[in-house]
Design a binder for this molecule. Structure first.
Ligand code: PPS
Length: 568
């Protein structure tokens, strides 16, 4: 495919002078504080990465994209780019009104004229766009549990790019990349999309792709949002930089893409193709299970391994970029080289290390062979992912008041401090309510806020390599799940259900609160007049009746040991 890409692509920014004026005027507009994902989307809307979109989708475009992968005018566009907001915010907005879009520090990045406001059918969006309304899919989970319930749509006027302080020299807008390709005389460019560190298999795949397409190579990693649990982009970019010298400098370059991925497999591949086309590329690599979200709640793959290639192929002409498709690359031992799995001779010994296996080796400090990766990459990965026994983690006790949470948590803290090695912090229900949540009561809203605060502090401790022990009642499963997700970005989350029955807690009634609750003197008392969602799959369930505290704490230690979190 010959490049039509040597001209600039339309952006949504106004000129510098107009931007200054608009920014001053926008100070008086109703403001929406953008989420991290919306900031990523807005950046690519404004700089032309999402061309031909001119703003967040209108209701008509949204319905058409969800149903047919096309905008209402028939243009191919596979992903709903929507501005989700709360009901309270949506109610404040009149159709036709301009609003200011601000980043998380309050800087005004753009204005939007709201032309549409609607409440989407999220189950339908999930089923049509992601293939199933199953919260095991990260984007479906985001849709139901993070995104606001109302969507606003309308054209965007760009004032300034989101500010990035990291790797500034490696970030390029579509037009900057186009200009670079023009300057270098690169008429054919094959893009490689990635959200993982580059190992030898990727290097071989990209070499082959460039050769096959007779094109220059753009390594185009995503640094916006990827799959929860992925290696953070700081580490990844350091890894990419460590292997760049393995590539011929005259025909390879790297640029970072601030995209928020949805892990939507086939639809995502088409979307990625359109984005790369906008960035001036002529070819795009689609490998096995492109942008795959992993397994669904039944343990099966969401998409077939080559569904993305099939859908891309079907729409290739319309996307305007040529696919370079690859089977999975495997290491053929006898030939000491990587080859696509379908080209390997029968009977040859092939070696492969899956992503899961790599994570296991890193977390257990095991060897990562030279045939698999580059020493410099492994060194970077080991620095940011020390073995599990050196990583931070959170033990989260939950159970009724008086179930024994605090006592067991205290015993566990002492035992962990005796072992040494990592700082230990106890976030007990009562301590937190005194120091962090003194203004809160026991309504659902206040309890959720209380647990989220605990979760936030625990996630910071976990991120920084410490041990957080939390011991609130935490009666709601959805809130516990949200805390788990926040913490699991940084380390392990061990939910311990202290399963003392309500009858036993009431019999013990250590603080005399059950008596008061029965008399109606304390309202909304968990287990008496307020709900408690029993954890379905905690890492550990502790029965405390006739079991000593020391033994309960020891059971937690054994669990931590079996998970590799404390050295055996
Ligand atoms: S929550 O639901 O997780 O926010 O609760 P938490 O912060 O752990 O606070 C629970 C402690 O507050 C006392 N208390 C009550 N508990 C439950 N319901 C009501 N209405 C209530 N009012 C006061 C109670 O002593 C809890 O202490 P623990 O340590 O759990 O026994």
């Amino acid at each position: 495919m010959q490049t039509p890409n040597l001209v600039p692509i339309p952006e949504l920014y106004v000129s510098y002078d107009s931007a200054q004026k608009l920014k001053a005027e926008a100070g008086d507009l109703v403001s929406h504080d953008l989420t991290q994902r919306q900031i990523c989307d807005l950046e690519l809307l404004m700089n032309g990465g999402f061309n031909p979109l001119k703003g967040f989708l209108s209701e008509e475009d949204y319905n058409s994209v969800v149903d047919n992968m096309r905008l209402a005018d028939g243009t191919l566009w596979p992903m709903p780019i929507t501005l989700d907001v709360s009901e309270e915010f949506a109610e404040k907005i009149e159709i036709g009104q301009d609003i200011a879009l601000r980043d998380q520090e309050g800087v005004i990045l753009a204005t939007m004229t709201v032309t549409d406001r609607w409440t989407p059918d999220k189950a339908r969006e999930a089923a049509k766009v992601y293939g199933a309304d199953d919260s095991a899919h990260p984007a479906v989970n985001y849709l139901h549990n993070t995104a606001g319930p109302v969507y606003l749509g309308g054209p965007v006027t760009g004032i300034q790019q989101p500010i990035h302080y990291d790797f500034r020299g490696r970030r390029d807008t579509p037009n900057e990349l186009r200009a670079l390709f023009r300057k270098l005389g690169w008429r054919r460019v094959v893009a490689f999309q990635t959200r993982n560190p580059l190992h030898r298999a990727h290097q071989e795949l990209t070499f082959r792709a460039a050769k096959e397409a007779q094109a220059n190579l753009l390594i185009h990693p995503v640094v916006g949002m990827t799959k929860p649990g992925d290696i953070d982009h700081f580490t990844r970019v350091r890894c990419y930089e460590a292997v760049l010298d393995q590539y011929p400098a005259a025909t390879t370059t790297m640029s970072l893409l601030n995209l928020a991925m949805r892990m939507a497999g086939p639809r995502e591949a088409v979307w990625h193709g359109l984005i790369r086309k906008n960035h001036g590329c002529t070819h795009f690599i689609v490998g096995r299970d492109h942008a795959g979200p992993g397994k669904n709640s039944k343990g099966e793959d969401f998409y077939g391994p080559y569904d993305a290639q099939d859908l891309f192929r079907k729409h290739q002409d319309e996307i305007g970029i040529e696919m370079v498709d690859f089977k999975q690359m495997v290491f053929v031992q006898d030939r000491a080289q990587y080859e696509p799995a379908d080209e390997v001779e029968d009977g040859a010994t092939v070696l492969n290390i899956s992503g899961t296996e790599l994570r296991r080796r890193l977390s257990e400090g095991l060897e990562i062979p030279d045939w698999f990766s580059f020493p410099a990459v492994v060194e970077e990965l080991r620095k940011s992912k020390p073995p599990r026994s050196n990583q931070g983690f959170t033990v989260f006790f939950t159970g009724f008041s008086g179930s024994g949470k605090s006592t067991i948590a205290n015993a566990l803290m002492v035992k962990l401090m005796e072992m040494g090695g990592r700082p230990v912090t106890l976030l007990d229900g009562d301590i937190v309510r005194k120091n962090l949540s003194s203004e809160l009561g026991f309504s659902k809203e206040h309890r959720d806020l209380n647990i989220r605060r605990i979760g936030y502090v625990a996630s910071e401790i976990t991120k920084n390599g410490g041990i957080a022990i939390c011991a609130p009642i935490a009666p709601y499963a959805t809130t516990r799940r949200a805390v788990r997700e926040e913490i699991e970005q940084f380390g392990a989350f061990i939910e311990v259900h202290v399963a003392t029955s309500i009858e036993e807690c009431e019999r013990r009634d250590r603080k005399g609160l059950y008596k008061l609750a029965r008399e109606g003197k304390i309202k909304e008392f968990t287990g008496i007049s307020d709900p408690y969602d029993v954890p379905k799959n905690p890492e550990l369930r502790l029965e405390t009746e006739n079991v000593e505290v020391d033994n309960c704490a020891h059971q937690v230690l054994l669990k931590l040991e079996s998970m590799g979190l404390i050295a055996a």
